[in-house]
Design a protein around this ligand. Structure first.
Ligand SMILES: Nc1nc2c(ncn2[C@@H]2O[C@H](COP(=O)(O)OP(=O)(O)O)[C@@H](O)[C@H]2O)c(=O)[nH]1
Ligand SMILES: [Mg+2]
Ligand SMILES: [Zn+2]
Length: 314
């Protein structure tokens, strides 16, 4: 047997704003507590880090370069360019990044609290604008009457035809979890949805060792009951990662330019650019290709209404 050469830990060279070249080790931000954060090193070690002040916001899911400055302690010296970023509205038209490098939004809903189809639309638009895919999960399937189920099936069909996969789960009865797990493989997903729909319950179903994981995180950070208050990334046993965040509870779409809103509706894509006016907002202008598509039954009337509601908020 021949010994394989182990490559030295890869060092990334980054430019400091004052042009001093700094090198650091690659890492992944697992959780940001505000003043400090946990960074996972390439070897899986959890390092308690602070961020250098001039590098901008650092969020869960960020790929960073960090330097060691003590036992299990470090300083983040730079953030790698993000593939995508999910923003959170902080009121008065300001936004803060909530999580980065997300491949998929898992939009969770249930009948308790009341299912809000407009909210699902809003999340699909946020996903589209953040260049992420979206998956719709109806949890608490155990509570659905045949009538509920029929009504939700009809709604979900609208999403399925435009390419959003949809599934039913019950975190309580442990049903639909395998199909859900399959959709999460090898992606970084974030769970979004109203408070109380069962986001944390689904995380527990997917991570049988959650207590061990959170125990390790608490030990590394010196932080106690943090799991319910911070946006946190969990690695899934079969690959992929899932972010559970209390911050997305009061999710708003935030500031989107009205001319960009249409591109957040993926079923509009085939018709965008075919309206008579370049700056058509699809609200009754003559020669509107989107309105024609609605008339021909190619775009759902309900989704068009959601578009108009969101337009009011832009
Ligand atoms: N009947 C039923 N209750 C559930 C299910 N999943 C979660 N719950 C309950 O819904 C409540 C909220 O769950 P939680 O996971 O904290 O929701 P979160 O706020 O979205 O994280 C808790 O009382 C859970 O026990 C489910 O599949 N069926
Ligand atoms: Mg929760
Ligand atoms: Zn138009």
């Amino acid at each position: 047997m021949c010994a394989q050469q182990v490559p030295p830990q890869h060092k990334r060279t980054t430019k400091h704003p004052d042009n001093a070249v700094e090198s650091g080790l690659p890492g992944l931000v697992i959780v940001n507590y505000g003043k400090h954060m946990l960074v996972e090193s390439e070897t899986g070690q959890l390092v308690n880090c602070v961020a250098r002040r001039n590098i901008g916001a650092v969020v869960c899911g960020d790929q960073v370069s960090w330097q060691e400055n003590g036992e299990n302690a470090g300083v983040i010296v730079s953030v790698q360019p993000r593939d995508s970023v999910l923003q959170r509205d902080t009121g008065s038209h300001t936004q803060r990044p909530l999580a980065a490098n997300i491949d998929q939004l898992v939009i969770e809903a249930a009948t308790e609290p009341t299912l809000d189809s407009f909210l699902i639309d809003k999340y699909t638009v946020a996903a589209e604008l953040a260049h992420s895919s979206a998956l719709i999960v109806i949890n608490k399937a155990d509570l659905l009457s045949a009538q509920d189920r029929h009504a939700i099936d009809t709604l979900l069909e609208e999403f399925r035809v435009i390419g959003y996969p949809c599934l039913y789960t019950s975190a309580l009865k442990n049903t639909g979890i395998e199909a859900f797990r399959d959709q999460l493989a090898s992606k970084t997903s974030i769970l979004v949805g109203q408070s109380g729909v069962g986001k944390s319950s689904l995380v527990k179903r997917l991570l049988p060792d959650l207590d061990i994981t959170t125990g390790k995180l608490s030990a590394a950070s010196g932080q106690g009951k943090h799991t319910t208050t911070a946006t946190m990334l969990y690695h899934l046993p079969d690959g992929g990662a899932l972010i559970d965040s209390p911050g997305v509870r009061d999710f708003k779409l935030g500031t989107v330019e009205s001319v960009r809103l249409g591109s957040g509706f993926r079923e509009f894509h085939d018709w965008l650019g075919q309206c008579r006016f370049n700056d058509c907002l699809h609200q009754g202008e003559p020669g509107c290709a989107i309105a024609d598509a609605v008339d021909q039954g190619k775009i759902s009337k309900r989704r068009m209404q959601s578009y108009h509601r969101l337009l009011e908020l832009c």
